[in-house]
Design a binder for this molecule. Structure first.
Ligand code: FAD
Length: 319
């Protein structure tokens, strides 16, 4: 069976959930080989093996932290040369997409970004994407070389598939001249809210112009906290200065695909839909029964969010 490279997304060896989702998809196509770059491979290896990695290629160089994406591309190129994979899977973060695009160029192949699913065919992996503000679903295939595919977080389930004793091997990487052309000079940690990351969270509670003020976002946050959810915002709410841009959902914000998306006081403009339409279950709270967002709703509630949200939060907390 052909091997499939999976770039591990981790923080000091703590493997992030999107990587486990990539391993689920990789097992559909072939045998997952995890590529762990930077420190923490000892911590990561058992987790990766538990989720189906049959081999782990490790390069513990400081370059991955100190420089931008090129060292990762160098490492993945070396891994691809060693493994001759059926595909390379990378998580769809902005860094992941840049890494994937540069890698495909190096490999002389093609890249498909923001996959929401991967199917198999005799000709290789078929990538499912949700395009044009999720109005269409497309299926495409890289027809030349090793397909490089980025996958949106929350697109696949996390499945355990223990592989027992996994081979941890050192990956020798020769860094290219470009690897050190740009250097990270400082990092500023964002103040933690204690909530899950927006693009990775299984539940997202969002607020729009209907929320009315920055202070009123406390209602959105209270509901989010009762569900252990991330908070999202429409551009109208962000432009008004009520919530940070890092939480904006949509075409010029982040694209999310949670199990549950609760839209409060959001009309459903096409640019907002572009970022949330692939959510599995969509709940809408809006005073206007004609609001376009109701077209997407699995459950719609025509009502005032100031009356509905406190009751909803209390009800959830009491369970
Ligand atoms: P509105 O459209 O004003 O809707 C507010 C809703 O709240 C209404 O439906 C109203 O009925 C409801 N409401 C009011 N009071 C209450 C209440 N008390 N209880 C319940 N409901 C209530 N938008 C994004 O969101 N993300 C993007 O990334 C994005 N990118 C864009 C890029 C471009 C190039 C452009 C041109 C626009 C972009 N927009 C984006 C903006 C988008 O077109 C809309 O203007 C925006 O999404 C509207 O935000 P909203 O739904 O919160 O506000």
């Amino acid at each position: 069976m052909r091997q499939v490279l999976v770039l591990v997304d981790h923080v000091d060896g703590s493997v992030r959930k999107p990587t486990l989702e990539l391993l689920t998809l990789a097992r559909r196509i072939g045998e997952p080989v995890a590529v762990h770059l930077g420190p923490g491979a000892d911590t990561a290896a058992p987790v990766l093996a538990q989720h189906g990695a049959s081999r782990i290629l490790v390069c513990d160089a400081p370059d991955f932290d100190d420089y931008l994406v090129v060292p990762r591309v160098d490492a993945l190129e070396a891994a691809a040369a060693a493994v001759q994979p059926a595909a390379v899977l990378v998580s769809s973060s902005s860094e992941g997409k840049e890494t994937a695009a540069r890698l495909a160029l190096r490999l002389g192949s093609g890249v498909i970004t923001d996959a929401v699913d991967i199917e198999t065919s005799d000709q290789g992996p078929v990538v499912v994407q949700s395009v044009f503000a999720a109005a269409f679903t497309t299926k495409s295939r890289v027809t030349r070389g090793v397909p490089v595919i980025t996958v949106k977080p929350n697109s696949a389930p996390v499945e355990t598939a223990p592989t027992g004793d996994v081979a941890v091997e050192t990956l020798a990487v020769t860094f290219s001249a470009l690897a050190h052309a740009t250097r990270v000079v400082s990092r500023a940690a964002r103040e933690s809210t204690g909530r899950p990351e927006l693009t990775e969270s299984a539940v997202v509670v969002s607020g729009g112009r209907g929320v009315g003020s920055a202070e009123n976002f406390a209602l959105i946050e209270a509901l989010a906290d009762s569900l252990d959810a991330a908070v999202g915002a429409s551009r109208a709410a962000v432009d008004a200065g009520w919530y940070p841009h890092t939480n904006q959902v949509g075409q010029t914000g982040k694209s999310v695909s949670p199990q549950l998306y609760i839209a409060n006081g959001i009309s459903g403009a096409i640019q907002h839909r572009a970022g949330m339409q692939t959510s599995k279950t969509i709940v809408v709270v809006n005073t206007d029964s004609e609001a376009p967002i109701f077209e997407l709703a699995d459950y719609g509630l025509v009502g005032d969010l100031f009356a509905v949200l406190p009751q909803l939060t209390e009800e959830i907390k009491s369970r």
